[in-house]
Write a protein that binds this ligand. Structure first.
Ligand code: ATP
Ligand code: MG
Length: 315
């Protein structure tokens, strides 16, 4: 078997580890950049850029720029157009997990920036994603996380309804963004993502208009935290034991027409086999692949009933 692409996770037709088209999409050409540092060098680079780099978040990360002359991804304090996230000590294989979840989101039609897994100088893999808050020439596109928009004090203290309200009050194309948001909420539940707190939702400026920013930080957190609550933010007044009615109530709260909500449920339902295939076909270690497929199967059953569970069997 030729394996799956380290960008999109779809099967590879020929040798190599990436589809040339996926590399082109990520780097502007079908060449694989090198990363001149390893995981061990990253803390010093992060410290060097401290205070000047405009991306936050708990996990270690660097902003980087592609040097077209040398073909190297260089860590830079300003003007970076990529984000690099290495494997944290606490959560093994997060780069692979995040890359897979982003590919799954893309496969179900959600907006996802170009991304992939790249080997660093020490051969360890890091997750690389194109920055959606930078234009090609490196100029900044303003983004506001929902945490900032709401003036929140704690990123887990909030509700999905309040994120929806922020979208409804600020987005230029409310109808489109509200459905996008609702489908992302369904997707996160179905992929065992219990970490979509207020800083993992953002709005992005397009000129003077605001729109929901593309997906980021999608991971199946459930594989690491067995007793994790279903959702980082409350939904219909609770974070756990979520059921179909709670998601239906969210759709209503967001002002989504019942027919459109039913369409979204159906779109996600039809993706079950695709998500299972991607989890099973990924390059994650066997145990983790199985665990992920098991989580997805259980979540489908909770949202769609027994028929969903029958539709797929574990490997
Ligand atoms: N592709 C991207 N383009 C532009 N900005 C991004 C992108 N991905 C993430 N960000 C911004 O960087 C911040 C941190 O990124 P991310 O959420 O991936 O990091 P993290 O450390 O894993 O987060 P957490 O604190 O949730 O663990 C996000 O809140 C978002 O505003
Ligand atoms: Mg985050």
């Amino acid at each position: 078997m030729a394996g799956s692409c380290r960008c999109c996770h779809a099967p590879l037709e020929a040798g190599g580890r990436y589809h040339p088209r996926c590399l082109s999409r990520l780097f502007g050409r079908a060449l694989l950049p090198t990363i001149p540092f390893g995981r061990a060098e990253m803390p010093a680079l992060v410290a060097r850029d401290q205070g000047r780099m405009s991306i936050s978040g708990v996990q270690m990360k660097l902003s980087a720029r592609l040097d077209n002359g040398t073909g190297r991804l260089e860590s830079v304090a300003t003007g970076g157009t990529y984000i690099l996230k290495p494997e944290p000590e606490r959560y093994p294989l997060i780069p692979q997990n995040e890359n897979l979840c982003m590919s799954m989101a893309e496969a179900v039609g959600l907006p996802v920036p170009p991304h992939g897994l790249l080997a660093m100088a020490d051969k360890s893999l890091c997750y690389v994603v194109k920055r959606f808050d930078r234009a090609e020439d490196g100029t900044k596109i303003q983004q506001e996380t929902v945490f900032q928009i709401l003036g929140a004090a704690e990123k887990y203290a909030g509700s999905l309804e309040s994120v929806g309200k922020a979208i409804r009050s600020h987005a230029a194309n409310v109808g489109l963004d509200v459905i996008d948001f609702f489908e992302r909420v369904l997707f996160c539940f179905l992929t065992g993502n219990g970490d979509m707190h207020l800083k993992n939702w953002a709005l992005l400026y397009h000129g003077r208009d605001l729109a929901l920013a593309p997906c980021y930080d999608l991971v199946c957190s459930r594989v690491y935290i067995a007793n994790e609550e279903d959702s980082a933010l409350a939904l219909n007044g609770k974070k756990n034991k979520l059921a179909r009615v709670d998601f239906e109530a969210l759709a209503e709260n967001l002002g989504i027409d019942p027919k459109a909500a039913a369409n979204s449920f159906e779109r996600l339902r039809l993706a079950q086999e695709k998500l299972r295939e991607m989890a099973i076909g990924s390059e994650l270690p066997f145990g983790l692949r199985r665990k992920l497929a098991g989580i997805i199967k259980a979540r489908y059953k909770r949202l769609y009933g027994r028929s969903a569970a029958d539709a797929s069997s574990l490997p």
